[in-house]
Each structure stands twice: as structure tokens, then as C-alpha cells.
Design a protein around this ligand. Structure first.
Ligand code: ADP
Ligand code: MG
Length: 504
């Protein structure tokens, strides 16, 4: 286990009209479990299917239907907990959260209020290369997703699509440890990265497979420290919850707006009403959705249709044995094993697929040089090529590794390597063979280089005179020789020979 260093979150201070204020933020992230079947039925979870085609009787809330727990979803929740270094509760239970909405035909959501499957854990949030901040996880519980009401397809009617009804969600609840909009976004980025490494949620925010409820309050400097000492929430301000955020940028903008709104009310002598709000990106403002007073009384009670969930430590251990190397560990290993900078290591480990690509390309090669080629050339080229994913790269790791090896051996110059890369990218083929067949090998034969230098010198007597008076101008000769040799001459050898001839 690696010993990763981290620091405490840093409060953003907002200067109000009268006072200084600090931000306090806690996130509830809803992550859709990567499962082909729903949490309590065998209906498919396929995204974008024909509306209402993936609905089992139990999802439709038909009378007398019984939910049956999907063991695979439980295993993925456990895996997520282990990935967040959290406590796994061998005993957990499901509760009914009662409310009526057309996209919830059962009339209640099955969730885990009193006994969640996962307890306290942690996420190290990366703020800049080498600096992480610790955010504690309070709990993760399993619950059902609701369906989708569609209000904008017909002027007089609403529609409902129950395909999403009953799909398994993990609700990942953080402590109010986050202190700035930037930390909130970085927290979601890191959580999403870990979930994708684990393969427990695909993290697709556009499809709503990962979305966050953002709780925001403000307090005076010093109050947060008092809350930390006592764990007494009365030191913190009253919070408002901004629902269903699925963009890192909007999360930050919503927090900023919400904090300023609360500060203006407090400085005016008013009070914050605990409520649920919605963020409107077009107007960059949050608006009240429902206040606590009008909030539903969910009348939670243990779901009588499901037995408590008892799992065994041996089963948890089996799942633990399947955990992949996680981002923090992988990044630290890349720094020590390949001599990479923290920055390069974090770019390469952002996705498990790019980390795997790099490792395969770096086998037997210089790590730093390979990292430059993956990050600058390959990533840049893929981006230009319609923002292709690394998994769609036309250049395989072995091909890139061969290009890097050819540079290291001195067979090709860095400039020729770029041409070679483009050929391999567009035409494919073995890079070493292409170099042979197309005569791209670097000229290291000093006799040939000397001849080329002599030719340039003979053809430019005026330049020679100038360069003798001002040695800085010798660079011009190097350029001419490189041009004459089609970029294939070894630049180091050209430099040396030009210097010798001009002086001599
Ligand atoms: P509820 O079940 O009513 O939503 P929770 O205790 O589950 O309440 O808290 C929800 C989220 O709100 C958690 O992520 C928590 O960290 C956060 N939170 C609690 N108090 C505050 C506060 N004063 N300011 C900001 N966030 C808070
Ligand atoms: Mg909540």
C-alpha cells in the first residue's frame, strides 16, 4: 500500500458587502450501477431503448409482484465501497421511501435509509499535480432509480417512460468537507475516475448515469473549525440542496451563485430556508423547487417485501481480490517506475485505458520519452481526428513503442519520427520496416555529412565570412545541411562538423 500525502480542503473566502464568509459543501452523487439487469427485476437497463420496452411487472408496480434482489448489483456496490476504502456492512436492509409521482408506479422508492450497505470511506481529491485533499464519504446506499416524465413532446399531454424505473443506483454521500467550487468539481472528477477504474459505473454524465445533488451553506471564518472539533452541525449555516447536476462547469457556477445568494440574505438580516433548488444554466441562477416545510413526509419504513441483506466476509474478500490498481496507486507507481512527472503521470492515468496503452508502449523503452509521445503526439493526433478515444487509436502500443525505440537507437531523428508516426497513423505497418523501405534512416556516417557541409560552404562564401565573424550564424549552415539531407542527418553530428569547418 502506498503512503499518499494529502492536505485538508481549503476554504474559499467570499467577501460580502459587510463580512467575510466561507463555503461549506457536501455532495450526494447518484451513480448508476453498471449492470445489464435492474436492481429488483430481470428487465434490461439498455440506454435509449424503445420507451417502455424494458419494464418488468414489478417495475410497473403491478399488484402482488415481488422484488428479487440482483446479486450482481450488490457485488458492484461492495466493490465500489472497497475502492473508496470504506467500511462494508455485512448487514444492511432496504426501506420504502413513500411518495407519489407518475414515473414511480410503485408509489415508493426502495432505498436504504437506516442500514446502508457501505459506511465511511474517503476520496483523495487532486487539486494540482502532487497535491490531494481528503474528502470523507459518509455512506453509500443502493436504491432504485425512477422513470422519466416527458413534458415537452405534446402541448396538452405528458408522457412517461418506465425504462429507467428500478435501475440500480448507488447514492454516494460525502461529508460536508468540500470548501470551494473547484474542490467540488475535482471531487466529482476523482469519484468518476475511481468508478470507471472499478467498472462499477460508466460515469456517463450526459446520459445522467452520474449526477450530483449539491448541498451548499456559508459560515463565518472559524465556525467550520468549531464544527470539526465538536461535529456539531449547529456551527454550520443552513444548507440548500441543488438537485440533479450533471456538468462539472455548472456545478461550480451553481455553487458560486448559491453562496452569494445566501450571503446577501444573511447580511440583510434574513434567514436561509432549508430547501431544494434547481440550477438554470441559461440564467445562471438557482430557483426554489420545494422548501422543507412543504417537503414530502416520506414515511420511511423497512420494506416488507425484502429480507435484510446479509453478506459474508468471505464473499467481500473475494470481491476485494478482484479490485484493479486504482488511480492514486497507479499514478504514484508511474512516477517511481517510469520517472515521470506528477503531471504526466496524472494525464496518463486519467483513464485506465490510456494508462494501459502507455505501459504497453513503454515496455523496454525510456518512460519519459514514451510519455511525451503518448501525450503530445498520440493524444494530439486523436483529438484532431474527431476526438477519438485511445481505444480507437489506429496506432497500436507496440507500433508507438517501436517508433520510440528507433529514436532511442539513433536510427531516426525526432523530426523524421513525426513523419513516420503520421505514416503509421494513416497507413499502418511496422515502423522499423517503413524506415528501411522508405530510406528514412538517419545519416550518422560522418563522411556523407562532411560532404554535404562542404557543399553548402562552397556555395555560400559570403555567409562563411559572416559566420566566421559571428559564430552564432553557424546555425544557418546546420539548417541548410539538414534541408539538403532531407532531415535525415544526425543533427548533433552536423553541428559538430559545421563548427569545426567554419573555425578551421
Ligand atoms: P438529507 O438526508 O436530509 O439529505 P444528509 O445528512 O444525508 O441529509 O446530508 C446530505 C448532504 O448534505 C451530505 O452530503 C452532507 O455532507 C451535506 N451537508 C450537511 N450539512 C451541510 C451544511 N451545513 N452545509 C453543506 N452541506 C451539508
Ligand atoms: Mg439527501
Amino acid at each position: 500500500m502506498l503512503d499518499l500525502t494529502y492536505e485538508a480542503p481549503k476554504p474559499k473566502v467570499i467577501h460580502g458587502a459587510k463580512d467575510d464568509w466561507e463555503l461549506v459543501i457536501g455532495l450526494e452523487v447518484h451513480a448508476q450501477v453498471s449492470s445489464n439487469a435492474k436492481l429488483f427485476s430481470s428487465a434490461s437497463t439498455q440506454f435509449g431503448a424503445e420507451p417502455n420496452s424494458n419494464v418488468a411487472f414489478v417495475d410497473a408496480g403491478m399488484p402482488g409482484m415481488l422484488p428479487v434482489i440482483n446479486e450482481g448489483c450488490v457485488a458492484l456496490a461492495v466493490k465500489t465501497g472497497l475502492g473508496l476504502k470504506a467500511e462494508i456492512n455485512l448487514h444492511s436492509a432496504f426501506d420504502r421511501k413513500n411518495y407519489f409521482y407518475p414515473d414511480l408506479p410503485q408509489g415508493y422508492q426502495i432505498s436504504q435509509l437506516y442500514h446502508p450497505i457501505v459506511g465511511e470511506g474517503e476520496v483523495l481529491v487532486d487539486m494540482e499535480p502532487g497535491i490531494a485533499r481528503l474528502v470523507r464519504i459518509e455512506r453509500i446506499h443502493l436504491e432504485q432509480d425512477a422513470g422519466k416524465s416527458i413534458h415537452d413532446m405534446d402541448p396538452s399531454m405528458s408522457f412517461v417512460d418506465l425504462n429507467r424505473t428500478g435501475v440500480a443506483l448507488m447514492e454516494i454521500v460525502s461529508r460536508p468537507d468540500i470548501r470551494s467550487p473547484e474542490e467540488a468539481a475535482a471531487y466529482v472528477v476523482k469519484l468518476r475516475q475511481i468508478l470507471r477504474y472499478l467498472g462499477t459505473c460508466d460515469g456517463n454524465m450526459q446520459n445522467g448515469n452520474l449526477r450530483a445533488d449539491v448541498n451548499v451553506s456559508v459560515c463565518r471564518p472559524g465556525e467550520y473549525e468549531r464544527y470539526q472539533e465538536t461535529q456539531d452541525f449547529s456551527h454550520l449555516g443552513t444548507r440548500c440542496e441543488i438537485k440533479n447536476m450533471n456538468s462539472m462547469r455548472f456545478i461550480q457556477m451553481a455553487i458560486d451563485y448559491e453562496a452569494r445568494r445566501q450571503i446577501a440574505i444573511l447580511e440583510d438580516g434574513g434567514e436561509i430556508v432549508q430547501e431544494t433548488r434547481l440550477y438554470d444554466p441559461d440564467k445562471n441562477e438557482t430557483r426554489s423547487m420545494r422548501s422543507k416545510e412543504e417537503a414530502h413526509d416520506y414515511r420511511y419504513f423497512p420494506c416488507p417485501d425484502l429480507l435484510p441483506l446479509e453478506i459474508e466476509q468471505a464473499w467481500v474478500d473475494d470481491i476485494a481480490a478482484t479490485l484493479p490498481e486504482l488511480p492514486d496507486e497507479k499514478r504514484a507507481r508511474f512516477v517511481t517506475e517510469f520517472g515521470l512527472s506528477e503531471y504526466d503521470a496524472s494525464v496518463l492515468t486519467a483513464e485506465a485505458a490510456s494508462a494501459a496503452y502507455f505501459e504497453a508502449a513503454a515496455a523496454g523503452n525510456d518512460g519519459k520519452l514514451t510519455a511525451n509521445w503518448v501525450i503530445n503526439e498520440l493524444f494530439g493526433r486523436l483529438k484532431k481526428d474527431g476526438d477519438k478515444d485511445i481505444t480507437e487509436s489506429p496506432v497500436a502500443p507496440l507500433q508507438l513503442g517501436t517508433i520510440v525505440a528507433l529514436i532511442t537507437k539513433g536510427d531516426i531523428s525526432g523530426k523524421i519520427a513525426k513523419d513516420l508516426f503520421e505514416i503509421v497513423y494513416t497507413e499502418g505497418g511496422d515502423p522499423a520496416r517503413i524506415v528501411e523501405e522508405r530510406g528514412m534512416k538517419q545519416v550518422t556516417d560522418t563522411g556523407a555529412i562532411e560532404a554535404a557541409v562542404d557543399e553548402v560552404i562552397a556555395a555560400n562564401p559570403d555567409q562563411v565570412e559572416k559566420a566566421k565573424a559571428n559564430p552564432k550564424l553557424s546555425g544557418w549552415f546546420v539548417g541548410q545541411v539538414m534541408k539538403a539531407t532531407g532531415g535525415k542527418a544526425n543533427p548533433k553530428a552536423v553541428n559538430e562538423i559545421v563548427a569545426k569547418k567554419l573555425v578551421g
